[in-house]
Design a protein around this ligand. Structure first.
Ligand SMILES: NC(=O)c1ccc[n+]([C@@H]2O[C@H](COP(=O)([O-])OP(=O)(O)OC[C@H]3O[C@@H](n4cnc5c(N)ncnc54)[C@H](O)[C@@H]3O)[C@@H](O)[C@H]2O)c1
Length: 387
């Protein structure tokens, strides 16, 4: 596969083009907004110049990348591509329309991939004449730096396609995992409680943002606390992902967004990018001090962690991915210090179940229902995910 097409030259498309060109492919990048396309071109040049200036890459390397990426304003240029990765606006109708158009341009064996975060690959493929050639290749932001890619076959994808794409993206230096076409795939599903349970703890006035952030870093070894991370991702983006996953699960209470998230979104407290989120990022604003109480910190950390483990166990139970891929995805896609199922083994599967059962009986809410897999393992005396 010599030529790879990238459609959409925004945040993700630009990064993906860089990955593809660095791996030695010829990349063609298209955007239906000419000014965005021009900007992507000049941004890439500026970025590479800066890296050369800092001595991080050689001038020949930069020239090579620039030679390998061609910016085009015509879809018909995509005719010789062996693979096209779409990274346009997250809208099903728009993506379907593009995929239909592409099929009229490309050869019969060109693979059509989508970088969608939240739409079903099967529904994107449903408009295609050859849905078997459609697959999800979900990169993480920033694509050149984040190693994980989730490979998502749709219901009609050719059965050899996932392993073909795994081999290809592995050759690009990425860490590919295979996920079933289900809401949020692996990472955006399993990570929900990191944010949701942290907000819930705050809403119960159990602890403030900075104490919860401190607890997760101090006792969980996470690089960032949930509120810091939400402020970095953007509370608009995070709220939209939460809402989409919840809706796609037919309003399962386990994924229900919180009023706090909605409030911040409506107040335009998007986080770092807007200067205000859970924290205030104004120049002379004082950051709140956490209450560094060991017992409180450990309780907070365990409650969020056990909810994450419960979600990972459920994803495994419902065949979203293998246990190895679930653990790898959380470590390489969102920098968790350890795989969640590995963590469950260390904490004790029975201890995880007992905590979930205690939360479930305390709150009487479906949000806290223990995963069937944890129950099954304890009932059958299976002590570990990894024996
Ligand atoms: N931003 C992230 O963190 C992230 C991470 C993983 C996946 N994604 C997914 O990647 C995709 C792109 O996200 P993004 O953040 O790069 O968005 P973006 O807004 O930065 O870029 C999207 C680009 O697509 C272009 N576009 C829109 N409609 C088009 C069309 N019909 N034909 C050609 N170009 C069109 C726009 O002009 C824009 O430049 C989405 O599906 C998103 O869910 C985003």
């Amino acid at each position: 596969m010599e030529i790879v097409g990238v459609i959409g030259s925004g945040t993700m498309g630009s990064g993906i083009a860089q990955v593809v060109a660095t791996a030695g492919h010829q990349a063609i990048v298209y955007d239906n907004n000419l000014s965005v396309l021009e900007k992507a071109k000049s941004n890439l040049k500026a970025l590479l110049d800066k890296l050369v200036e800092k001595g991080k890459i050689k001038p020949e390397y930069s020239e090579n990348i620039l030679r390998k990426i061609v910016f085009s304003s015509q879809l018909s240029d995509f005719n010789p591509c062996g693979l096209i990765i779409e990274a346009i606006v997250e809208n099903l109708d728009v993506k379907q329309k593009l995929f239909s158009e592409l099929e009229k341009i490309v050869s019969g064996n060109c693979i059509l991939a989508s970088n969608t975060s939240s739409l079903s690959i099967s529904s994107i493929a449903s408009v295609c004449m050859k849905p078997e050639r459609v697959i999800g290749i979900h990169f993480f932001n920033p694509a050149p730096l984040m190693p994980l890619v989730e490979i998502v076959p749709g219901i009609s994808s050719d059965k050899n396609l996932p392993s073909e794409i795994k081999l290809l993206t592995g050759g690009w230096g990425k860490i590919p995992v295979i996920a079933r076409d289900t809401p949020g795939f692996i990472v955006n599903r399993v990570a929900r409680p990191f944010y949701g349970e942290a907000i819930r703890i705050y809403e119960e006035a159990f602890a403030d943002f900075s104490t919860i952030d401190w607890a997760m870093k101090e006792f969980g070894g996470f690089k960032m606390g949930p509120f810091e991370l939400m402020d970095l991702i953007g509370n608009d983006v995070n709220y939209a992902t939460t809402e989409t996953v919840w809706k796609q699960f037919f309003n399962d209470p386990r994924y229900k967004p919180s009023l706090t998230q909605k409030l911040l979104f409506e107040a335009k407290h998007f986080g770092k990018k807007s200067g205000r989120g859970y924290y205030n990022y104004a120049l002379n604003a004082v950051m709140p001090e956490p209450k560094k109480d060991k017992e409180l910190g450990e309780t907070i950390c365990w409650r969020i962690l056990v909810m994450l483990i419960n979600e990972a166990a459920d994803a495994l139970y419902y065949g979203v991915a293998s246990k190895e891929d679930i653990d790898l995805a959380m470590m390489k896609g969102v920098n968790y210090p350890k795989g969640l199922l590995q963590w469950a083994d260390e904490k004790g599967v029975e201890h995880c179940l007992q905590t979930m059962e205690r939360l479930y009986s305390q709150y009487c809410e479906d949000r806290y229902r223990p995963s069937v897999l944890l129950k099954k393992m304890v009932k059958e005396g299976k002590k570990k995910f990894y024996e």
